[in-house]
Design a protein around this ligand. Sequence first.
Ligand SMILES: Cc1ncc(COP(=O)(O)O)c(C=O)c1O
Length: 394
Amino acid sequence: MQIYLDHSATTPPCPAAIARMQQVMTEQWGNPSSLHAWGERSAMVVEQSRMQVASLINASPDAIFFTSGGTESDNLAILGVTQHYARPRHLIISSVEHSAISEPARKLETQGWQVTRLPVDAQGQVNPADLQAALQPDTVLVSIIYGQSEVGTLQPIEELGQLVRSHGALFHTDAVQVAGRLPLDVSALPVDLVSLSSHKLYGPQGAGALYVRSGVELVPLFGGGGQEFRLRSGTQAVPSIAGFGTAAALAAEQMPTETPRLIHLRDRLFDQLANEPMLLPTGDRQHRLPHHVSFCLRDLDEHQFNGRALVRQMHLAGIGISAGSACHSGKSVPSPILLAMGLSDRRAQSGIRLTLGHSTTAADIDWTAMVLKQILARSRTTTENAYPLLTSTR
Ligand SMILES: Cc1ncc(COP(=O)(O)O)c(C=O)c1O
């Protein structure tokens, strides 16, 4: 038996979303822009999904714009706002953003924009006082990730948003990891733009949405047919959007029971690994994504493994987890997120993340904790990375 604990990377599409997509591909496959019956049927699917996604975050349906996923939504928010300005201005992001924010911000810097990257504390949280101090008369946009995907930390979005609003700038948050797991109410939150992704909430890959508060104007990323109210050209991916809508509706329905269940399992895993001498929890324990458990390795030396090697060992034991650091030319590179949180280069190469989901049971948690401890115990008695294959009995 295999255990999938990488739900922050992607979630398996739920059966209802798969059934809906199959139905749409069979019966409602028209181009939603066409003026005939086939087009009309397909346009109705898109509008129903728009209502379902809007309802998940308590938005008006006409504030939801479908995209290809979280990456496009993030790029559209950052570039869509900033491209309005003929001359470069000031942009604020945090130092723990997903690359879908940090990369476009870097690109803007090459075009003369001033970009401030707010520091975070050892738990990965932004201090609102730092945001207050960074705001300038020419700050036009602030973008802060809501739930950090690598270390699970939630930001004080309401407080940060209030500061931005009082200043008169626009506020974007990447809520890709939060949507469907925690209540998100854009009518109450001081946010102007919110990124969402279908495949993080049991919908299909390749669909996402950007919430855009009424009155906020964005420059489109693509030229073309002017779909999605002229903001996102390209024929909509109707089956994927349909699956996204179904998954969003289910997530809203299941959240009251599923979120406390995940929090319970998350804490059970943290508790079971609390005394493991090689593991150092990362991220904020209190302000935390409900499904997210993360560590780095405490005592690395020349012969011991990094996060990626540990992920590999878990894989050999039938358990799918992920590492925070990337690999370039065969060498592990420290995670910029862990570095921003003040960890050493060494520790920043050893991040691991275990993210739970619908299928995760208490038995999965207990088995995973046991296997992880066993791998780490062997690493302490072995000087090479060649660990005997663990045999799974489940
Ligand atoms: C916080 C965050 N933002 C953006 C993305 C990108 O989303 P997508 O895979 O839908 O492009 C991810 C995906 O890992 C994410 O975790």
